[in-house]
Design a protein around this ligand. Structure first.
Ligand code: ATP
Ligand code: FE
Length: 333
């Protein structure tokens, strides 16, 4: 079958075409407009989706070399995400399914970040059950994945997401937005033992990052009072130390989850899974007998290919949505 998938939950407008579990095209239009505000402005995101969506869908069909009449179903992100953004992709998907008279398939954005591992590009795929660590701009979750659409969140952040911890730390350091990838590349040249940040306390498998961000802020303020050039003179070491601490926080709870569940198969997903330090740390766990799964870079941050693969497994089960389905800013897993 051929599935056309649409993702518009945040600030990337994306459309993909899949032939069964393989990706024929995956077009992503980012939105530069938010950079000047240091974060995503929801109303501007929604408007940019409106102007991007038709060209992006045309490009995805053209790159896949598929006519829309050949499509078997339309998959779209129902949520979670920004309401105004979701509405654009959702309305477009509904209209297209109605016009082409083919099934509509709703997809959960965070499930999709995990199911990206089932896009076939010749790699080994995880076997159920496995643990998913979804680390992104809006979420930080440890998920027990029992089946394609049977997932249990066994740990999650009580406040900020890990992507926000990267982005807000970057803002304190005067770096651009999103700061995650910038911190990643600066950290590679720095010494991660240079500065120490406390590991926040959170119950059981949950996370907390708001205290971490505050500790970065106080640390930088204090050091800058002593030396106004502190940031410039130590940027690489500061980034390495921040990134190292964030990875420590992530893996303390992940280790605990592996122990508690006895599941040693772990797949990471979401924008922060692009981080080189996170990838290295996960790979090192193979020595402890873990089986680890790391997505290709193009499937870490938001993309419609992951929505397409999630839609594909629902298509196989005739799990379709009705046209009166509504997009939702928050949906439980
Ligand atoms: P959600 O999926 O929770 O709705 P989102 O879709 O906005 O949130 P993603 O696109 O999955 O989030 O991820 C974006 C986040 O990933 C940003 O916070 C960004 O800084 C972070 N990120 C991207 N690349 C890296 C990297 N190499 N290192 C650290 N963080 C990164
Ligand atoms: Fe996302």
């Amino acid at each position: 079958c051929f599935i056309l998938a649409i993702e518009s939950s945040c600030d990337d407008t994306s459309c993909a075409v899949l032939k069964n579990n393989q990706v024929l095209s995956n077009v992503i239009a980012g939105q530069k407009i938010h950079e000047q505000y240091g974060g995503v402005v929801p109303e501007l995101a929604s408007r940019a989706h409106q102007s991007n969506i038709i060209p992006v869908v045309h490009a995805a069909l053209a790159q896949a070399n598929i006519d829309k009449k050949q499509l078997s179903a339309i998959a779209f992100t129902r949520g979670p995400g920004l309401m105004g953004s979701l509405l654009v992709g959702g309305s477009f998907a509904k209209s297209l399914s109605l016009a082409l008279d083919i099934p509509l398939i709703e997809v959960h954005h965070m499930q999709a970040h995990i199911l990206a591992h089932f896009i076939d590009h010749g790699q080994e795929m995880p076997e159920f059950p496995f643990l998913g660590l979804t680390i992104s701009g809006g979420h930080t979750q440890i998920v027990k994945v029992n089946d394609y659409h049977d997932m249990e969140v066994i740990g999650s952040t009580m406040d900020d997401a890990v992507g926000e911890a990267f982005d807000k730390s970057g803002k304190i350091l005067g770096l651009g937005y999103p700061a995650g990838p910038i911190i990643d590349s600066l950290a590679r040249k720095g010494n991660h033992d240079a500065f120490k940040f406390p590991i926040p306390k959170a119950p059981d498998l949950d996370y907390s990052f708001s205290g971490f961000k505050t500790s970065v802020l106080y640390f930088v303020q204090k050091q800058t009072q002593k030396d106004p050039d502190f940031i410039q003179n130590n940027l690489e070491d500061i980034c390495a130390s921040i990134q190292y601490t964030i990875i420590e926080i992530l893996f303390q709870k992940l280790n605990k989850a592996v122990k508690q569940t006895g599941i040693k198969s772990v797949a990471i997903g979401g924008g922060v899974s692009a981080n080189s330090g996170v990838r290295e740390r996960l790979l090192s766990k193979q020595e402890k007998g873990w089986k680890v799964f790391i997505p290709p870079f193009e499937y870490t941050t938001d993309n419609a290919a992951m929505i397409g693969i999630s839609g594909y497994y629902k298509y196989l089960q005739d799990d379709f949505s009705s046209l009166d389905i509504i997009t939702q800013a928050r949906i439980p897993m």
